[in-house]
Design a protein around this ligand. Structure first.
Ligand SMILES: [Cu+2]
Length: 145
């Protein structure tokens, strides 16, 4: 019985963090190539996106095990916050906190005001929706001098 409750809980936890309908390689990883949590940098900041286990394809491309990069800036981790459930199911907004790299870009140079900023990478499918098993990086905090 106890095992049942534990598995039911795990199942609920994983459903809560399910994305859209596009399959992904659950072992794929998206990561920051040139930045680590706690780094101090100067603006403009170049951010290089790493991806293993899947491939980068421009937005609109329906090809198995591909996606395009998104950079989340100064917002709660993907799936959290008031729009968390909606963005997992329906896709990421496009605004100053959500940059899309629909051309298949794998890096960006951005101006950030001095202070502390959080960054997270999220892979999105052809329609900007996180994959069924979302491929996300850790949230890192960088300090801009
Ligand atoms: Cu997108």
């Amino acid at each position: 019985m106890r095992v049942f409750f534990i598995s039911a809980f795990c199942l609920l936890a994983s459903i809560a963090f399910a994305g859209g309908e596009t399959a992904s390689n659950p072992d794929a990883k998206v990561y920051f190539v040139n930045l680590s949590d706690g780094d101090t940098v100067t603006s403009p900041v170049t951010v290089v996106f790493g991806l293993s286990g899947m491939g980068v394809a421009p937005a609109g491309t329906e090809k198995e095990n591909t996606g395009h990069h998104h950079l989340l800036i100064d917002r709660p981790p993907l799936g959290e916050g008031e729009d968390g459930a909606d963005e997992l199911a329906n896709g990421l907004p496009s605004d100053e906190n959500h940059m899309h790299f629909g051309g298949g870009q794998t890096q960006v140079t951005i101006d950030l005001p001095s202070g502390s900023h959080t960054l997270q990478l999220v892979l999105g499918d052809a329609g900007h929706v996180p994959h069924a098993t979302p491929i996300v990086s850790d949230v890192i905090t960088i300090n801009v001098e």
